[in-house]
Design a protein around this ligand. Structure first.
Ligand SMILES: CC(C)(COP(=O)(O)OP(=O)(O)OC[C@H]1O[C@@H](n2cnc3c(N)ncnc32)[C@H](O)[C@@H]1OP(=O)(O)O)[C@@H](O)C(=O)NCCC(=O)NCCS
Length: 468
């Protein structure tokens, strides 16, 4: 049986057998959906999928109660320039999810399902993080399967679509927002809210690389608001898509209720990618996966984390200092103008990409080490990139270089994109070569006359690490 939580009394809620009850919470934003769809698309879809899934669950679990929360109509999003977006910061989404679920846990609920019908990875991952932390803290089960469902192909969950949909997914890929998929869904569930002008909307094709750069996306969708191909939408396709989603959600939640291998639906495929995670200072319950605290051999506490544009002034000062500390770098003292502004741009461009990262090591809030990895831009070289690493001379030999490498290699494995890391090192830089070999880098060749420093040529060794 299903009930709205708003229509029962606290006593009735208290009486419910919590072992046989599931709380449903939809969590998806009001936001622009092109000129042809209403602001509430994500909320309407989530509620529809929730309602239809509960019908299937009621047949299967006739002795269960399914409680329904009113929708939380906001989410994380980064597309600007349109009125009607109810977007909150990613950290805020995690906090809201955490606190809402915590309330529900305090009512005694043990099974909580979040239908986050908004495919933005940072929205989904914020909610998944909140669920994980609640589950660890309270020993309950909050479950948010939409991230895994939206990224089912990358996760290789092998959830087949209808043949016609499969064909269209191949022919019209990257239909991210208010394109043929969402327009079809809405034609199926709320056709009166779809403007008759939908077949006149232009195709707006955005690739995955551009998707992580909100400025590029905003520019491309300016004046329209959709990403994809609305003109091929139809109610029939919508029916197929909505049925697929309902059936998939049913399978996931069924597995969750009987606690049978439901973990495959717990996380978006990018869950372990630091770029998509919250800052992790939000609820403070868990060790930070993209920030590490390390006690050095000399007892000092080292912090290793990803650099953000707010670190630009510090990284600029750091680079200016280390330029004069070693002749093993591609730049020497006063040879390049490092400004805070240039650094900010550089960090922002790195953080825009899912295959690049800058990592800093801090002692007492001062940068003492830095490693940067830049992956290629094109499809054929996205999986490979070049590393640059430095540590302040005063701190050499304390293990900082090693910790930076450990962090970098862990990140590279988590991206699921990086398959090879390259670097170049002067043939006489023995300490650095030892460091690289310690982490499995292999010598691949000699680059003659690779450096020219104070009138002398130096050869370098090209080294590489395969990530498998
Ligand atoms: C190369 C560099 C980044 C190493 O950083 P670091 O923090 O000193 O390195 P670590 O303390 O983690 O040492 C890592 C490994 O390097 C080797 N190493 C470092 N210093 C060493 C030394 N004085 N003698 C012998 N081996 C040394 C060791 O194999 C060590 O591993 P171990 O401690 O397990 O034995 C740092 O020396 C540096 O910034 N040098 C100048 C810039 C540079 O050369 N960059 C690389 C350009 S390709």
């Amino acid at each position: 049986m299903s009930k709205s939580i708003m229509e029962i009394t606290w006593e009735e809620l208290e009486m419910i057998d919590k072992e046989k009850a599931v709380m449903f919470i939809t969590f998806a934003p009001i936001e622009e959906h092109g000129k042809h769809l209403p602001l509430g698309v994500d909320v309407f879809q989530s509620k529809q999928w929730e309602e239809e899934t509960i019908k299937l669950l009621e047949d299967e679990f006739s002795d269960y109660e399914f409680l329904i929360m009113p929708p939380l109509p906001f989410g994380y999003g980064n597309i600007v320039g349109f009125p009607g977006n109810l977007h909150l910061k990613q950290d805020t989404i995690k906090r809201v999810a955490y606190e809402v679920i915590e309330n529900v846990v305090n009512w005694g609920m043990k099974n909580i399902v979040i239908i986050a019908g908004h495919a933005e990875p940072k929205h989904l991952i914020a909610i998944e993080e909140a669920c994980d932390e609640i589950n660890t803290k309270y020993g309950v089960c909050a479950f948010s399967p939409m991230g895994a469902i939206f990224s089912n192909e990358k996760l290789r969950l092998n959830i087949r679509h209808d043949h016609e949909i499969e064909k269209l997914l191949n022919k019209y890929p990257n239909d991210f927002h208010a394109g043929w998929i969402e327009t079809s869904n809405m034609l199926d569930i709320k056709s009166r809210l779809v403007k008759a002008s939908y077949p006149e909307q232009p195709d707006i094709c955005i690739n995955h690389e551009d998707m992580v750069c909100p400025e590029k996306v905003s520019e491309k969708i300016k004046g329209f608001g959709h990403m994809g191909y609305p003109k091929i939408a139809s109610a029939k396709l919508g029916e197929l898509l909505n049925d697929w989603m309902t059936q998939t959600l049913f399978e996931a939640i069924r597995a969750f209720i009987i606690r049978d291998n439901y973990q495959i639906y717990e996380h978006h495929f990018l869950y372990n990618n630091p770029f998509f995670r919250t800052s992790n200072i939000v609820t403070g319950n868990r060790p930070l996966s993209h920030m590490k605290e390390i006690i050095l051999r000399n007892g000092n506490k080292l912090i290793i984390r990803k650099a953000t544009s707010e670190d630009a002034e510090k990284t600029a000062n750091y680079k200016t200092v280390i330029a004069g500390e070693s002749d093993f770098l591609t730049f020497g003292e006063n040879e390049i103008a490092i400004t805070t502004e240039k650094e900010r741009e550089s960090i922002e461009s790195i953080n825009c990409k899912d295959n690049s990262i800058m990592i800093i090591a801090l002692l007492d809030d001062e940068i003492v080490g830095l490693i940067v990895f830049r992956g290629g831009d094109r499809v054929r070289v996205r999986h490979v990139g070049e590393i640059g690493v430095t540590v302040r001379k005063s701190h050499w030999g304390l293990g900082i270089g090693s910790f930076l490498f450990e962090f970098l290699i862990e990140w590279a494995k988590q991206t699921g994109i990086i398959r090879k890391m390259n670097l170049r090192v002067r043939t006489d830089n023995e300490n650095a070569i030892k460091l690289y070999e310690k982490y499995g880098f292999k010598k691949e060749g000699i680059l003659k006359r690779d450096f020219y420093i104070n009138g002398i040529f130096y050869d370098s060794i090209s080294m590489g690490l395969l990530i498998d």
